[in-house]
Design a protein around this ligand. Structure first.
Ligand code: RIB
Ligand code: CA
Length: 312
């Protein structure tokens, strides 16, 4: 029985590849895709989500626009990483599939209210504004949520937008605090792990070798997306953050981590958005998050190439 998921996203080249992976995987049933402001403003993330669904040959996918700004702060975007459009790299036509006219948060609430207990997995790939707003406005929806599996945070790796904060958490730390203290089963795919999932040349060549439009677009997106991280870290490729969330749902044994306490810094300007991960369990704070620290990178890319190969 496929697992019902909702992907909440701010495409973003890595978000795009995560959506392609999800739509190609029979283990998953994508109930809908909800866009949030993050890498680029909402007008672009909702458009980009539809571009990706059309690329996947799935114009039937329900795509909703959600929150256009964090709960309490000014939006911080990441055009320096993703380009002006958020999907820089290849030339892309505007989408023709419709954007649903309901607000993403209203749809998340109604969908969860109508769902069976523990039946929906939420997959946030961007700032947590939509998810936090839904949980705050309708706490009773927790009954339908089996698990939240998100890309965000970092501990040993530090931050990527400030010395201590990862982008998704930093953009809306108050929202992250709501999600991390919601008492729901929570799995985080942090920089500690994603920085070991690099887009090395052989891995990207494998996408290009597919000889399909999806393979070519994936390679073009990673070619563009990786230049920032390679320059900054001097690494052989960039971390392919968001697809690790979807890969975890399909093949969890690719990943290892610890169930620990993770709190979000929302007060200090210096460390705003830091995920304070009690990896060594030195406090008596209750564990609230499966915090991933490592992955089988070859296995991850093999899964990705296998699923992307299913697009003709
Ligand atoms: O820090 C990486 C995260 O921020 C990824 O989700 C990327 O798409 C950006 O949203
Ligand atoms: Ca993202």
């Amino acid at each position: 029985m496929p697992r019902d998921i909702i992907i909440d996203t701010d495409p973003g080249q890595d978000d795009a590849i995560a959506i392609l992976l999800a739509l190609a995987s029979p283990e998953l049933n994508v109930l809908g895709i909800t866009a949030v402001a993050g890498n680029v403003p909402l007008a672009l993330t909702q458009k980009n989500a539809r571009i990706v669904c059309e690329l996947a040959g799935r114009p039937d996918t329900l795509v909703f626009a959600g929150c256009d700004a964090p709960l309490k702060r000014k939006l911080v975007t990441a055009e320096h990483v993703h380009g002006k459009t958020g999907l820089d790299g290849p030339q892309l036509a505007d989408p023709t599939m419709p954007l649903q006219d309901r607000h993403a948060v209203d749809w998340i609430i109604d969908t969860c209210r109508a769902a069976a207990p523990d039946s929906i997995t939420l997959c946030p790939l961007g700032p947590l504004t939509n998810i936090a707003t839904a949980l705050t406005r309708a706490p009773e929806i927790k009954q339908a949520i089996a698990e939240i599996v998100l890309m965000g945070g970092g501990y040993f790796e530090g931050g990527n937008i400030t010395p201590t904060a990862e982008f998704n958490i930093y953009v809306d730390p108050e929202a992250a605090d709501i999600v991390f203290s919601a008492g729901l089963p929570l799995t985080a795919m942090p920089l500690d792990m994603t920085h070991k999932a690099l887009t090395t040349k052989p891995r990207i060549d494998a996408f290009r070798a597919l000889g399909t439009r999806v393979g070519d677009m994936t390679a073009a997106w990673t070619d563009f997306f990786e230049r920032f991280d390679m320059e900054k870290y001097g690494s052989e490729g960039a971390p392919l953050h968001d697809p690790t969330v979807i890969a975890y749902l399909i093949q969890p044994d690719l990943f290892t981590g610890r169930h620990i306490n993770v709190e979000i810094e929302t007060q200090s300007d210096l460390t705003l958005g830091m995920t304070v991960a009690d990896w060594w369990r030195v406090t008596d704070r209750a564990p609230n998050c499966m915090f991933m620290g490592d992955l089988d990178a070859e296995g991850f890319y093999a899964l990705l190439a296998d699923r992307l190969a299913r697009y003709s």
